[in-house]
Design a protein around this ligand. Sequence first.
Ligand code: ATP
Length: 293
Amino acid sequence: LRRFFDPLQDVAMFYNSYQSATAALEKLSGVLEERPTVAEPADPVPLPAPRGELRFDGVRFGYTDRTVLPGLDLEIPAGQTVALVGATGAGKSTLARLAARFYDPLEGEVRLDGVPLASLRDSDLRRALVMVTQESFLFTGTIAENIAFGRPGATPSEIEAAARAIGAHEFIAALPEGYDTDVHKRGGRLSAGQRQLVSFARAFLADPAVLILDEATSSLDVPSERLVQHALRTLLADRTALIIAHRLSTVEIADRVLVMEDGEIVEDGSPADLVGGTGRFAGLHRAWADSLV
Ligand code: ATP
């Protein structure tokens, strides 16, 4: 049924119809990117306390007859921040979608804490892993409702604590209607940077073991960029993160960079190691640095 949700339906209506946190998180991930239905396991493995270790073993995948990922092996230890970079069409989003079980591999296995994703109840996976994609998506409703979406039933003080942690409280409190500001109404219009902060506060409140982030490409002014980068550091702390990175500043805060080309990982190392090398990342880094001058 998830696929029939109207992405723009009122948040209040959503809460009336779908009370559980699970459903909200499902909707969150389902709306931010259309998620095809994958089968629920007949014999699910429980995951009461996810640590966030992700692992790809011989993963082959294609949307059609054409293979996009020929055979991916990757281990991401719990807590690591991984930046994915590579040319358009290299397979970054595909890797991210497989990690979030938008699709099942044609061959091989994706595992969370050693458990194949296909053996996890969808609700358990949604609690353990949140995907935030592209331009921050805000629902109709107030800023408070949008943040609370990360954890339905959150109290106003929990919502404010998340906003404070992310560095969004200041601008929210300065709005005439504060947390009750309607994000889409005239006068309540938020800047691109502010929208990102609200979506980060929502993810922070959801507090998943694994965060998958398709970084927004919209350019921000320098002060907003600083705020967003600061918020990102807070959001990444104490969880595993896989970021499709579009900003040099984001790559630089990663523990590890993966460069993808034609569905394969062609470079894998710390930003410092790769930038000092002679490979693709070093070239990309130079181009990036030049564009910032
Ligand atoms: P970008 O930076 O442009 O988002 P990417 O590295 O994320 O690129 P993917 O989106 O993973 O690359 O695409 C990898 C390949 O899979 C491309 O050839 C793309 O055309 C194809 N592809 C992606 N999504 C689909 C889809 N839903 N159906 C069919 N083919 C797809």
